[in-house]
Ligand binder design. Structure first.
Ligand code: SIN
Length: 499
């Protein structure tokens, strides 16, 4: 196995070299399941960012000239190695991030799928060839790279979200400066080792560990970075947008969510319970697309609540490496405290606690960051738990009398990432598809489970109009160039000589 489970210090990777930073402040990489220290990350400085950007800028000149199908072949080889190392990477992912092993395997699979999907784009990168309005003239559009891409990625999907950004950036001819989250440095380290193993030219991918305040900010402000792609909180995304906007720098943002499942009174309730439990409590509620609201028709509210609580009682909490565990820890103590704080808020606003509501404790759980799967009911649309992203295993139930009311409540929050409806009525299904104001809509499934070949992202405070993943990701990492070839041998004036 070629995966380092216990690296002592994860080094930066700049211009094809692993670089230690002996003077930098060290932060421990902690397994949230049991407090074990897996390694240390060194916080980098503006100087490190500058070095990485210079390397990326230099490398981009030749990388852009590598034929796109060849760039795609690197991605295919990366996909192969990811496949070979899938189990080891998944185990490492569970150890440093906490999600249960089945989900960790799924996440590595997502990176594999993305490698093959974007590898194939090397032979497409399609523009348009259109007829010219003038005779003997050829008209077409081409995708060209933006330049150096600064990628800032989160801890909740340390390899999948990185792959959503790195692969389209590379296949399109950009080079990369990547700042992963400091909570998940080991996966980033292993990912970059794979880029090294396939012989990616030096400077094409550069890894710089560090804080958002120093490294992230330096990336956003560095004149050598042409595009920033960020996934994280709306607060930080909006700050990035402001700074980068002043510099007229392209920015792609994927931020918060307050995702809802609507359950109508004709729904298959067994199926709805499966979908809600999976999307609310999978990854301990720490997916951007996690379901945190159930908007249920009043006629089936009591029945749904009873079934949900019964199911929650059967969920096993613990270390995600144990295959029988359903819910792992949350990422760290700070997250645990934030979730805890919402319990008081909910109770003071009058929400009724159905189950959970506190840290999960006892035995081995005491050395990790565990929170019980929690359901509040009789939540009203004005309550904070109905509007704010909690990013933990906390679900709020709101009752409605009609589809119109359900759609209105779904759409009135600031975010617009994912939504879902359970119904057997085709008319309601199509109305929901049209009217739910989110970037992703599920029919008869929970709010999570995006596939890599469709766009991922959302409306309103969730994003800024760009999308990760799918072909749409290429729009983030390419400029359009329109090319006209006049082979008439004379001056032909568009809109004039042909009218
Ligand atoms: C995410 O929420 O970031 C992951 C994608 C998904 O499960 O839909």
């Amino acid at each position: 196995m070629d995966v380092t489970v216990k690296a002592t210090v994860y080094k930066n990777y700049i211009n094809g070299e692993w670089k230690a930073n002996p003077d930098g402040e060290k932060v421990a990489n902690i397994n949230p399941a049991n407090g074990e220290v897996l390694g240390y990350v060194t916080l980098s400085t503006e100087r490190d960012v500058d070095e990485a950007v210079r390397a990326a800028k230099e490398a981009q000149k030749s990388w852009a000239k590598v034929p796109a199908p060849k760039r795609g072949e690197y991605l295919f080889r990366i996909g192969e190695i990811l496949r070979e190392r899938k189990e080891a990477l998944a185990r490492l992912l569970t150890q440093e991030m906490g999600k249960v092993i089945a989900e960790a395997r799924g996440e590595v699979q997502e990176a594999i799928d993305m490698a093959y999907f974007m590898g194939g784009e090397g032979r497409r990168l399609a523009g348009q060839t259109v007829p010219s309005e003038l005779p003997d003239k050829h008209a077409m559009s081409l995708r060209v790279p933006v330049g150096v891409a600064g990628l800032i990625t989160p801890w909740n999907f340390p390899i999948a979200i990185a792959s959503w950004k790195i692969f389209p950036a590379l296949v399109a001819g950009n080079t990369v400066v990547w700042k992963p989250a400091t909570d998940t440095p080991a996966l980033a380290y292993e990912f970059v080792k794979i880029f090294e193993a396939v012989g990616l030219p030096k400077g094409v991918v550069n890894l710089v560990y560090g804080s958002g305040g120093t490294v992230g900010r330096a990336m956003v402000e560095h004149p050598g970075i042409d595009i920033i792609s960020f996934t994280g909180s709306t607060e930080v995304g909006s700050e990035i947008n402001g700074r980068a906007g002043k510099l007229l720098k392209r920015v792609s943002l994927e931020m918060g969510g307050k995702n809802a499942v609507i359950v109508m009174d004709d729904a298959d309730l067994d199926l709805a319970v499966d979908g809600i439990i999976w999307s609310a409590f999978g990854t301990a509620g720490q997916r951007c697309t996690a379901c945190s609201r159930v908007i249920v028709h009043r006629n089936v509210k009591a029945e749904l609540e009873e079934r949900l609580v019964r199911r929650v009682e059967s969920l096993k909490i613990g270390d995600g490496l144990d295959e029988s565990v359903d819910i792992g820890p949350v990422i760290n103590e700070k997250a645990l405290k934030q979730i805890e704080a919402y319990m008081d808020v909910a109770k003071s606003e009058g929400a009724v606690l159905l189950c959970g509501g506190r840290r999960a404790e006892g035995g081995a759980l005491d050395s990790g960051y565990y929170f019980e799967p929690t359901i509040f009911t009789d939540v009203t649309r004005d309550m904070r738990i109905a509007k704010e992203e909690i990013f933990g295993p906390v679900l709020s139930i709101l009752a409605v009398d009609s589809l119109d009311e359900a759609i209105e409540i779904n759409n009135e929050v600031n975010y617009g990432l994912s939504s879902a409806i359970f119904t057997r009525d085709t008319n309601q299904t199509f109305r929901a598809m049209r009217e739910l104001d989110t970037g992703i809509v599920y029919i008869n499934a929970g709010t999570t489970g995006a596939e890599i070949h469709l766009p991922f992202g959302g409306t309103k405070a969730t994003g800024n109009g760009h999308r990760d993943s799918g072909i749409a990701a290429l729009d983030v990492f390419t400029e359009w160039k329109s090319v006209y070839v006049d082979y008439s041998g004379k001056l032909q004036r568009a809109q004039i000589d042909n009218n």
